[in-house]
Design a protein around this ligand. Structure first.
Ligand code: ZN
Length: 145
């Protein structure tokens, strides 16, 4: 059964990330610093290398892979919720090489920023907390009625 809750839009944060930073860790760091517990994020820019994952739906595990090349971030879309008491950023990313060929997947730690501009929108609403989901093996949102 679908679970959806009404949220209210809050403040926006707009900024850029540091050359050489870990993309996922730096976005998570902004959320911790600004106490953002619910929201969404979008970004564009470029990376020096990327670490992504593909979720194997049969074996219930992430398969990680590295793209050791310079790539454009053509899109990063993600959300911010709570896991183990702190903010967690779940983001997917599409990257393009010099010929325009695209790669994509679940953003993992180890993706190194060249330049990145991002917008975070904060939401006010019920807590979206991640907990283990038996059916998928994933830490999905569980919300009280
Ligand atoms: Zn994902």
């Amino acid at each position: 059964m679908a679970i959806a809750r009404k949220v209210r839009h809050g403040e926006f944060f707009m900024g850029r990330l540091s050359n050489g930073a870990d993309l996922l860790e730096e976005i998570t760091g902004i959320c911790k610093k600004e106490n953002i517990r619910l929201g969404r994020v979008e970004a564009l820019g470029a990376v020096k290398k990327a670490c992504l994952a593909y979720y194997d739906q049969h074996n219930h595990e992430y398969n990680y892979f590295t793209l050791d090349q310079h790539l454009e971030i053509t899109n990063l879309t993600g959300n911010i919720s709570i896991k183990d008491g702190g903010p967690i950023v779940h983001a997917h990313i599409t990257l393009a090489d010099e010929s325009g060929k695209a790669f994509g997947g679940h953003l993992a730690a180890g993706t190194m920023v060249f330049a990145c501009e991002l917008v975070i929108q904060v939401f006010d609403g019920p807590g979206f907390e991640r907990g283990f989901d038996q059916d998928t093996g994933l830490p999905l949102w569980s919300m009280p009625d």
